[in-house]
Design a protein around this ligand. Structure first.
Ligand code: NAD
Ligand code: ZN
Length: 353
């Protein structure tokens, strides 16, 4: 078992342990005393893990209800949020009660947003079951949902009471989602830890995944603690994401998964910073080699003009400026702001460089 303390708006713990999903109730009892717990989960995760979680909650004496939505990003909208609110009201969830988010990032983001807004805010617990949710979305307090104009355009910062991470749940996660999460793991290595980057070169079969999750969560914890609302340090977490988001958008969220798009973004950004002498020669290749080990793409044929255009409408760009993350070396990153008009030229690196 590994534990981490987070001290943002509220203090809470992240506990990583194999099989912890069967003991949710006991851990919740240590941090809070709700009467009722509403479990929010998606259809896939429901079939696999709801029974264990609900049994544990009932054994600890909680009154449990469950809300299940159709798995997938297309459910991450206000209609689902509204249905969650109805479920909470119908099941007499009060200010003293709690929501438990059981699932990937889609579940955590929506359940967290419902918790942030229902009755002006109730407690919630994160039980992330995808690698992406375990190393990224369950930590940091960002919650929200998508609207037709863009992903995650509505949201709130709302911290969980505790995060319970069970690495064993990854045994059922489809391969593509596992690789998706690995892109974020590689990102953490790139921006903050040469040691983690080196470890990843061993390949997935040799990794101690509990240790990897712990390292990633510690990095994210440290970053969000320094900068909860993303005014400085937290921008580092966007490494590869400006181009990544642009590519996802170009392909209308169909051809590339988030992690795949981010992998391409990390390599492209580093090629650009290498050309300008900010990153040592060979850095982009090292990242590309690692991404390939985890079946992540490192190149895309989109025109830089289209990427730059899509990046302009990214909500993370502010006014005429765009923040780019530059690796001074693997494990050491910095943020630089540039004029949006220069961005297209910046990322336009001929293939042979
Ligand atoms: P997801 O929640 O849709 O999960 C991916 C798929 O895996 C789903 O089909 C799900 O049913 C399935 N699944 C999850 N756990 C499983 C398990 N243990 N076994 C079998 N199947 C399982 O998506 P995701 O990739 O986890 O997260 C992506 C979402 O996270 C996006 O909406 C993104 O915006 C959000 N996100 C949020 C933050 C944040 O800081 N809040 C950060 C990064 C990403
Ligand atoms: Zn990401």
């Amino acid at each position: 078992m590994k534990k981490l303390k987070v001290n943002t708006g509220r203090k809470y713990e992240i506990i990583i342990d194999r099989g912890i999903i069967n003991h949710c109730g006991e851990y919740i009892k240590k941090v809070s005393s709700p009467t009722r717990i509403a479990v929010v989960t998606d259809s896939n995760v429901h079939a696999l893990y709801s029974q264990s979680v609900i049994t544990s909650l009932k054994q600890s004496g909680f009154i449990v209800s469950e809300f299940v939505f159709k798995a997938g990003e297309t459910s991450k909208n206000f209609r689902t949020i509204e249905a969650i609110y109805s479920h909470l009201a119908d099941n007499n969830i009060t200010r003293k009660d709690m929501i438990l988010a059981l699932g990937g990032g889609v579940t955590g983001d929506m359940a967290g947003f419902a918790a942030a807004t229902y009755l002006r805010g109730i407690e919630f617990v994160q039980v992330p079951t995808s690698l992406l949710a375990q190393v990224d979305s369950s930590v940091g307090g960002k919650t929200g949902y998508d609207i037709p104009q863009g992903k995650n355009l509505v949201g709130a910062f709302w911290q969980p009471s505790v995060v319970l991470i069970d690495p064993d749940t990854l045994s059922t996660l489809p391969e593509r989602y596992l690789n998706d999460g690995m892109a974020e793991v590689i990102k953490y290595g790139c921006i903050k830890s040469a040691g983690l980057f080196r470890l990843l070169k061993k390949g997935r079969d040799e990794l101690d995944i509990e240790n990897i999750i712990h390292r990633c969560v510690s990095i994210k914890r440290d970053v969000v603690q320094k900068d909860e609302k993303e005014s400085g340090e937290r921008k580092l977490l966007n490494f590869g994401h400006t181009i990544g988001h642009a590519l996802e958008k170009i392909y209308e969220y169909k051809k590339l998964s988030h992690g795949e798009a981010v992998a391409i973004g990390m390599v492209m950004m580093t090629k650009a910073s290498e050309r300008d002498g900010y990153s040592p020669k060979g850095t982009a290749n090292k990242i590309a080699e690692l991404c390939e080990m985890y079946n992540l793409p490192t190149h895309d044929d989109s025109e830089v003009r289209d990427i730059a255009f899509a990046a302009q409408s990214d909500k993370k760009s502010s006014g005429h400026n765009i923040d780019v993350v530059i690796l001074k070396s693997i494990g050491d990153a910095t943020v630089s702001t540039m004029d949006l008009r220069d961005f297209q030229q910046y990322i336009d690196v001929p293939e042979e460089v």
